[in-house]
Design a protein around this ligand. Sequence first.
Ligand code: SF4
Ligand code: SF4
Length: 416
Amino acid sequence: MTDRVQSILDWIATVPLEELRKHPLHPQNRPEKMWRYYPAKAWLPPICQKNYGKWKKRRIIDPGIVEVTSETGDKLYLVKIIIPVRISTKSMYELLDLADKYGIGWIEASKMGNLIIMCDNEENARALAKELRERGYLVGGWGNRLWNIKICSTYITCTTAVLDAVTIEKALGDVLYEYTQKELPAKLTIKVSACPNACGGGFDAADIGIVGYPASIPMMEGWRIRVLCPPRSLLEACPVGDIKMIKDEKGRPIAAEIRGQVCMACGRCHDFCDAIAYDPAEIGVMVLVGGKCANTGVGPGMAKVFVPFIPAEPPRWPTLVAVIKKIIDVWVANAKKGERLRDFIERIGWDKFYELTGIPKPEDYIKPLDKAPGWTRYGWQPLYLRRTDENKRYIGTRISNDMMAISAAIFEDIIK
Ligand code: SF4
Ligand code: SF4
């Protein structure tokens, strides 16, 4: 410590706190230098700041335009553009220009991945929606409609991805396009995540969630480990200790191996090291239904696994698309007005919902597959059967080898 620093510390120790706070160098007196809380309200456009807490009425005047009215008499028109998670800079500049031309120059990015352009009069909002549609943008999704198919960032930025969520979004979007325009019983959200980390959602508050996961433990090229990452670090990355170190005759770590006994295919090792990969022939998705945040109906709740595994079929995902379409069509045909998917299923019962969709219940086809004695319960990935021996020790966590073929067979009728 230098003498100067020491002298400052000595001085600080002698000065009362109140005096210290008045010093011109105290951060409190230099707000421009401080890391400080920046109120969210400050980011709002002037019309929103003026009417903060005063909005009283909301009216949908077009599938893609909502009119909000303030008690001050001000009105705001929100034009919703349903976009994929990625958008080119060219499109972004195009939208910004349109926001300046028709709107008040502000764009909001919504939680479901949509862009909302704000206008201050109906004429401009309608003209904007018309021009957007003419340019090929999807304008819609307000109210009781499909709000968007939201996906995680998947391969482009993420090393954990099990599959490509973008192709799922495209395949589903092509089929579900009309639901962004036509009136449904209630709001509908779909979220897709390419691995069980679920950054894009799926396990939580989505009416329909799609989550990718591997149906077998990762493959490892043991010899490459020593080139690409230190084996000891790899061992530490595995939360269940399923990775074994291979040592040379002098006891030095030279490679690693996945034992496959308690591996739960979490993907941490895959994220950690490029010598570890999923077998592309053994990956797929689970489908979850009924998640929502709203306190309407039966209240908020997490989504539940509806179909535990559908093998990956990129790029058009025919089985998955058929299953999702079936779920929505059954809901649309049978739900009462205002009934979210979860409310509808809770009213008729989960068994009845399986019956109406024609999709078999998971326990009808998962349990009989495993004849190993003593297996106790499913893990968080429903296909991974955690088995124990007579002494209740775990002896393995593996998917049945027949599962892929059986999953394909049971959905054959639905695809037709
Ligand atoms: S959900 Fe998985 S694949 Fe998608 S961004 Fe998150 S970690 Fe990556
Ligand atoms: S996938 Fe997860 S549990 Fe399996 S070996 Fe890798 S880190 Fe361990």
